[in-house]
Write a protein that binds this ligand. Structure first.
Ligand SMILES: [Zn+2]
Length: 186
């Protein structure tokens, strides 16, 4: 896909993307005073892991997950997390947190010797696992999203969660096609 073929999508002043389905999450707060948005962090998630046909991720990010609905949920019971964006297997783009606010996606993290990456990053979750290829529909949503974010904010890098939380996190995983992201930057 050439760069010029990517449809650009507009963000409003708060950082809501017009093209995304909006499902506000309470799991966010203000960025530190003066913090610029300089980093995009890519993740993967599925709940239960490897299951793609329910709304458990949406429920998790909006604090509506039934912790007793699956044994795996005991491992994460009570956590409060979010991401700015979630891209489902069919390419559907959902936004939980406006970009002007801090979503809770990176946890303990460090990029270029700066800690607390949530302060200055945008988090994008791809529905998936570390060892399954992502879908064409997901890349077709992700790449224009990255373009839009780069137009709107002084983004310096697109990294994986594993790059900023090495030894603790492995996502988006070995199947993520970084070459497609690099081509955007060329
Ligand atoms: Zn992650």
């Amino acid at each position: 896909m050439s760069l010029s073929a990517l449809p650009l999508r507009s963000l409003d002043a708060a950082g809501w993307l017009s093209a995304a389905r909006r499902l506000p999450s309470p799991n966010c707060d203000a960025r530190p005073e003066g913090a610029a948005i300089e980093l995009i962090v890519l993740h993967n998630i599925s709940l239960p892991p490897g299951v793609f046909d329910g709304d458990a991720v949406i429920d998790l990010f909006t604090n509506q997950l039934d912790w007793d609905a699956h044994p795996y949920y005991q491992e994460i019971r009570g956590i409060k997390v979010s991401a700015h964006f979630f891209i489902r297997r069919d390419g559907t783009l959902i936004q939980f947190v406006p970009c002007s606010l801090r979503a809770w996606h990176a946890g303990i993290s460090s990029w270029c010797e700066r800690e607390r990456c949530n302060d200055f990053s945008i988090g994008i979750e791809l529905e998936g696992t570390d060892d399954l290829p992502f879908t064409e529909a997901q890349y077709a949503s992700l790449l224009p999203l990255l373009q839009s974010l780069k137009q709107a904010y002084p983004i310096r890098a697109v990294v994986g969660h594993s790059d900023i939380a090495a030894g603790r996190k492995t996502d988006p995983g070995i199947c993520f096609d970084w070459e497609r992201v690099r081509r955007l930057e060329a």
